[in-house]
Design a protein around this ligand. Structure first.
Ligand code: ZN
Length: 604
């Protein structure tokens, strides 16, 4: 009758062969997991009423209340600072303030312009004002590998630079020579490093694009770059060109055709501008519940079972891959109502078996994951984290779209028995096609825990075309598939619960050093996205990577790489883009009160 019982005895058999002693399967976990309960949770969390569960919204609170209600009904103990809630806030939106201004003094005549129609601050602009003489700096590119330098013949020190978007010859689809230098933030960094105190960005007449002045989207590149930056309507700058006897269209054509810079001072004009961005914070929470184990010793070894519950809302703030730039509810059924349902269901089952549990459990539904693992990073830095001896973390992010019985489990290399247990359970269970990834670092919340030297596992049924789009809906969930995942997770947990020894930690050797897209080299570190320090703080160092070889340590703050000053993660990624395989450079880091210079060699 109970098929579970059947394979339970088979598990025992396999397990004894493997040399483990499991008593795990005396845990029955109340009822069997059903596709219905999977669908019920997902259908609600991914409903239009919840609006895509964006942090700080009504939908976010409704999701929190839903989870809290269930945690209560399962009898989980509220251990967070505020009952089941660990409250925190972070920047989720950037708006234009009312102090944006821009005026041009052309031959002694001053003209003021309108924010929103004539100019607009860029989202990485620093609040403040800039005033002075203008220098045209072409495309704002210094590409030594292409023997092209827009800054070579001008002095930008203390000046305001005018640069064009895109790259020389950008409109010719057969030419792709400058694409590495195209990102606007990267250019602005280069202009800043060349000494400019403010930047005006324009869309050149040859670039054939509409000029957009009113969108400020929170992207991963919003951290301010240190000087004010505005984008200005081309016609305003064209007039300044004319007053200096130049024609912007001709100048751009000349640069595009010859691939030769043509930078110069625009003497006849002075400008004054002020950039005013308002950062909107959202208040949200991690939802946390606890079950205490029964073994007097082992109950002090806590296992975290977690998933992020937040998603992208209407897709207008960050993370959306919606081709239409219009608000549309991103229901996030797979990402990550599916994993949240998983936490609820496993919590329910374990709570029903609490008398048989040796170890203790923390169930967590994180917020702010989509903005860069904000909630889990907040937790692992909180006092609450320090209070509990967490010995393993199991994460579920996107487990609702199983295809042909395929399941990816990341972090399988982070503890010595993980793979054996997974394989042994899988062999007699649903026979899933498992792909086991070694690394404990990845793009979900388990990464925050692995950074704290905790063995982790992350369950994932794979990417699909609805990922981060409004079409990630509950109707597309493979509920039978998710039941298979949850059975495996549940059984895995019961095995860990019953073993006398604490899961050991292996800082897995990264099987392949993941190189960021478009980068030729990697440093092999995990950047801390959440910290507001100046520089780039290192959250973790990958074993065997160039960073570890150079002597970088967790907690170090990178201040300089080669000639690049590193003020934040974007400076870092752009600096990294300038190195090739086999290059050697110096890295200046702050470690405590010390400043160290280390030599790094990028892998060939
Ligand atoms: Zn996501």
């Amino acid at each position: 009758m109970n098929t579970k019982k059947l394979f339970r005895s088979r598990v025992l058999f396999v397990v004894i062969i493997l040399g483990f002693v499991f008593s795990a399967f005396s845990i029955n976990g109340g009822h069997d997991i059903t596709p219905d309960e999977v669908v019920t949770h997902i259908k609600y969390l991914a409903s239009d009423e919840l609006g895509g569960r964006f942090p700080g919204t009504r939908g976010d609170s409704l999701a929190e209340e839903y989870a809290i209600g269930l945690f209560k009904s399962y009898g989980l103990v509220p251990i967070a600072e505020d009952g089941y809630r660990q409250r925190f806030s972070f920047v989720t939106e950037i708006k234009a303030g009312d102090q944006n201004s821009f005026s041009v003094d052309l031959k002694g005549k001053e003209k003021k312009y309108e924010p929103g129609t004539d100019f607009f601050p860029l989202n990485f602009s620093t609040n403040g004002s800039a005033e002075g003489e203008l220098v045209f700096a072409g495309y704002g590119i210094n590409a030594s590998d292409k023997k092209y330098d827009d800054f070579g013949k001008i002095n930008l020190n203390g000046k305001i630079a005018v640069i064009m978007r895109y790259t020389p010859g950008y409109n010719n689809p057969h030419e792709d020579t400058f694409s590495d230098y195209e990102p606007i933030r990267k250019k602005c960094n280069a202009v800043r490093d060349a000494g400019a105190k403010g930047i005006i960005v324009i869309t050149g007449p040859q670039s054939g694009e509409d000029e957009i002045f009113t969108t400020l989207r929170l992207s991963k590149e919003t951290e301010s770059i240190g000087i004010p930056v505005i984008i200005v309507k081309r016609t305003i700058i064209e007039k300044i060109f004319e007053a200096n006897g130049k024609n912007l269209d001709e100048v751009q054509k000349g640069i595009d055709n010859s691939k030769t810079p043509n930078s110069f001072e625009l003497e006849k004009a002075k400008v004054k501008f002020q950039s005013d961005l308002v950062y909107v914070n959202s208040n949200t929470s991690n939802i946390i519940g606890y079950i205490e184990g029964t073994d007097p010793v082992l109950k002090n070894e806590i296992i975290v079972i977690g998933a992020h519950m937040d998603h992208l809302g209407d897709g207008m703030k960050y993370g959306s891959m919606n081709e239409k730039h219009e608000p549309e509810i991103h229901n996030g059924a797979d990402d990550n109502a599916s994993g949240s349902a998983g936490v609820l269901i496993i919590a329910d089952k374990l709570a029903a078996e609490r008398k048989n549990l040796k170890r203790s459990y923390i169930f967590m539904l994180f917020s702010g994951e989509e903005a860069g693992l904000i909630g889990s990073a907040y937790f692992t830095k909180s006092e609450l984290f320090k209070k509990y001896n967490i010995t393993a973390m199991i994460n579920m992010d996107m487990i609702g779209r199983m295809n042909e019985d395929k399941l990816t489990v990341e972090g399988a290399g982070t503890s010595s028995s993980w793979k054996t247990i997974l394989d042994s359970l899988n062999n007699i269970n649903d026979k899933l096609i498992l792909t086991l990834g070694e690394s404990g670092y990845g793009s979900s919340d388990h990464s925050s825990f692995y950074s704290m030297d905790i063995p982790v596992l992350q369950f994932f049924t794979g990417l699909h075309t609805d990922y981060h789009r409004p079409s990630d809906d509950w109707q597309l969930i493979n509920a039978d598939g998710e039941v298979k995942v949850l059975n495996l997770v549940y059984e895995f947990v019961t095995v860990i619960d019953s073993r006398p020894e604490k899961p050991d930690l292996i800082k897995a050797k990264e099987e392949k050093q993941q190189t960021m897209r478009g980068f030729k080299v990697t440093l092999g570190i995990i950047p801390d996205y959440s910290d507001a320090v100046e520089g780039l703080q290192i959250l973790g160092v990958k074993a065997g990577g160039p960073g570890e070889n150079a002597g970088l340590q967790k907690g170090d703050i990178i201040k300089k790489m080669g000639s690049h000053v590193i003020k934040n993660i974007y400076d870092y990624t752009y600096a990294l883009g300038d190195f090739k395989k086999g290059d050697e450079t110096e890295i200046v880091v702050k470690r405590g009160d010390e400043e160290l210079t280390l030599k790094v060699v990028f892998n060939k």
